[in-house]
Design a protein around this ligand. Structure first.
Ligand code: TTP
Ligand code: CA
Length: 361
């Protein structure tokens, strides 16, 4: 089973401000150069009706929504992360294994809970939906199938607040007419290549000579396409293990309100974080700090950066700016301090999913 939160960032914004619900809502990353520069992260379905899409420049989204009472908001990852974590926690109670693949998507292995019955799986998903709605206010879309590949495509086929169930017997009919780019890993380039081979639908891909696929795409990718088109995916649902953020916290040698002194500690932490990031070859879009004061209260601050980055200096520069601002606002001395990065690129996450497919093919 795959659960995917609906228009996630924008839904979170509606949740804390219900007046937004009937208006077009666009959540974007502002680059800060001019008031309008930046890109759309996501938008609610009201805005999508006007043609707004993720990744679109903000000025274009503004143009499309001209004359409406549209609301444009900056991303607030910290708030979305909180809602995500609470919801994932509820999911945990429903699944034998939970594999979180991004801030708003998770695979759940519920085979045992529903004794392998699709009928029971439907009621089970409805129960999950209503518990999550009651406890966090969030709506999400569910795809249920015999494996992860089918669950994912089922989930994408009916949004928002959807529930699509594809049984093992239905897989063939379900996949056949769909365009090849519905398969994970088939982007613009590959679908253009397939198109030139006369392959437009998944059915055409499934029937295409597998040796030829090997010759054109290489053995690994060719086999993956062949299997995927036939609905075959033996990838188990696995606890993700990989964190969605990487951070370190340390205790200061003595309580302090001195920027330079605190930076000595954060620099150490950042060295460590940056080592892990480069080992995992990740790029991040968010830098955050965390402070525990002498009265043991704690606060966090974060900033979204314009372009995904990988380097230590970007973490240092942003952590320093956040700390400086924080110390100016808060008179209390710090006892512990932390730094974290998150917002790892979706492409990398997708790539990770795909690589893990390959390992098993
Ligand atoms: P998606 O699940 O792709 O999209 P969504 O949840 O906004 O909409 P839906 O599932 O109903 O189609 O992405 C999840 C979040 O990731 C999204 O709310 C914002 C963020 N995001 C970006 O920041 N940039 C992007 O290009 C995309 C696609 C998503
Ligand atoms: Ca989503």
């Amino acid at each position: 089973m795959l659960a995917d939160f609906d228009y996630f960032f924008a839904q979170c914004e509606e949740l804390r401000n219900p007046e937004l619900k009937d208006k077009p809502v666009v959540v974007g990353v502002y680059s800060g150069r001019t008031e309008e520069s930046g890109a759309v992260s996501t938008s609610n379905y009201v805005a999508r009706k006007f043609g707004v899409k993720s990744g679109m420049p903000l000025f274009l989204a503004k143009r499309k929504l001209e004359g409406t009472d549209a609301v444009f908001l900056p991303v607030d990852h910290e708030y979305y992360d909180q809602i995500s974590e609470r919801t994932m926690q509820i999911f945990r109670g429903y699944a034998t294994i939970l594999e979180q693949v991004s801030v708003d998507e998770a695979y759940l292995d519920v085979t045992e809970q529903v004794s392998g019955s699709y009928e029971k799986a439907k009621d089970y998903a409805l129960k999950m939906k209503s518990q999550v709605k009651a406890e966090t206010g969030i709506s999400f879309t569910v795809g249920i199938g015999p494996n992860k590949l089918i669950s994912k495509i089922a989930c994408d086929s009916q949004k928002p607040d959807g529930l699509t169930i594809i049984t093992a017997d239905e897989v063939g009919c379900f996949l056949s007419p769909l365009p090849v780019d519905r398969l994970l890993g088939v982007g613009k380039k590959i679908s253009a290549k397939m198109d030139s081979l006369g392959i437009k639908t998944i059915d055409e891909l499934a029937k295409f000579n597998v040796q030829k696929l090997f010759e054109i795409f290489g053995k690994t990718l060719g086999l993956y396409f062949h299997n995927a088109a036939n609905g075959i995916d033996n990838e188990p649902v696995e606890e993700s293990g990989e964190a969605l953020s990487i951070g370190r916290i340390g205790t200061l040698k003595q309580d302090s309100h001195e920027l330079e002194f605190i930076l000595q500690k954060t620099d150490e932490l950042i060295d460590d974080i940056s080592k892990e990031i480069s080992e995992k070859n990740l790029s991040f879009k968010l830098v955050g700090i965390y402070a525990v004061m002498t009265d043991l209260s704690s606060k966090s601050r974060s900033v979204t950066i314009e372009q995904p980055a990988k380097d230590r200096e970007t973490i240092k520069k942003n952590a320093k700016a956040l700390l400086e601002k924080f110390l100016n606002e808060s008179p209390l001395a710090l006892r512990r301090v932390g730094v974290k990065v998150s917002g790892f690129s979706r492409e990398e996450q997708k790539q990770k999913q795909l690589t893990s497919f390959f390992q098993n093919t």
